[in-house]
Design a protein. Sequence first.
Length: 482
Amino acid sequence: MKPNRCSGVCRRRFLAFGGAAAAGMLCGQSAQAAWWSSPKPPETVKLRSPRKAKIGLVFTHIPSGRPTWPTMTYDYDARRKAISARLRSECPGADFTDDQIAMNPAEADSVIKATPDVDSYFVVLMALWPNAAERFIRSGKPTVVVDDLYGGSGEILRYPEMIRKDNLRAALVASSNFADIKRGVRWLEVLAAMKGAKIINIKDRDISGQIQSLKETFGTDMVQMKSDGLQKRYDAADDSLARQWARYWARGAKDIVGVADDDIVKAGKMHVAFCRALEELQADAVTMDCLGFFYGRKSHAYPCLSFFELLNQGGTGICEADVDSTTTALLMRYLCNRPGFVSDPVIDTATNEIIYAHCVASNRVYGPSGKTNPYILRTHAEDRKGVSLQSLMPLGEPVTTLRVTLGDKHMVLHSGVSSRNVFELDRACRTKLAARTDARAVLRNYTHGWHRVTVYGDYREDFLALAQLAGLTVIEEDKATG
């Protein structure tokens, strides 16, 4: 019999997961009414606050009274104070230095020498031509350069070719919209958050090379937990809390198809184990060699529902011990507070779509406080065991898909619009989100592994800027090659 969330099968499952507590909830009301009531999670994932960015705030201009743009009588002090006050008020995630002024390259060198502890520089060009910004661009620290329109409009145009040619860690902003100026600060905040982040990699094989490349690229720490460490935490996980999680996930599901009750409870124990590990190790993300452990009988459960929950609550849980995708998902989290959907893309040029397929997904694609979408609990696709889920994601929305590859410091990227949820349940992974894009271009340009990470929203320009600031080479997969 196919389980239905309002059927007798579902009622019995509800009682099995919740025991006496569930029976009490059902007393005096129908099973259907209890099933449809809005569930709350048994506990909230304890997330660490991101590391705050220490930013050198610099203003460049020549001495007042000299003929130049904007004008020789321009009040640089008044303008500087206005910009500085607004940045400090509207960018609470940044810890700015006192205003630094550089009127020539020598003064820029003095500022750099006096600010060795900053993570990055935010340089506002207020007048032509102090030629000081290049010193910060070449400082080796991520630098955002802003044209205060008509003040730096000539000087800023000298830098794009230089940045490209020498692969300098700098990004440029030239806009009359102050939101774009704050966006530049946000990029530096993201990189600082990455510098303070920690990943737990649950894997038995050596990961020393990955630890080194992650640290070199983003300053992010990674610690290893082996299968015996996971088993120890799984055995210690509270059975009652695990059943509460099972009941919560079951009640929230649109349907439960082919899944054994015990497997959902085991997924609950796995989630309790992960949450305790994140707390104990003061970590921000977890990734696991799930297929290797489950197939090798080193794990009692797949982590799919735990990662689903972590993503829903603003955390990061990524399958297959994929450090590149975990890093990518962390960038998404710190940039826009939205979950990344890791997938194995399937390209269909007949429909001009990419189908992003995997057995782990969030149902809060707009972030932990955003709207939810329906999901169905199903077995894991490849072996029809355990429990995973099919998330039925929103359609007609822009999506941005990318992957950072730490080994060779690349970022691959493409954009699309979500078009349909695919129900070919006899093939490939459970969640299959299709998106329209230039499928032929992506097929022609695809490189750097199978996995990709998708986030809802058009964040292409943000990730292009972050790639440049992090020293990554970008491949835009959906662009025609010349």
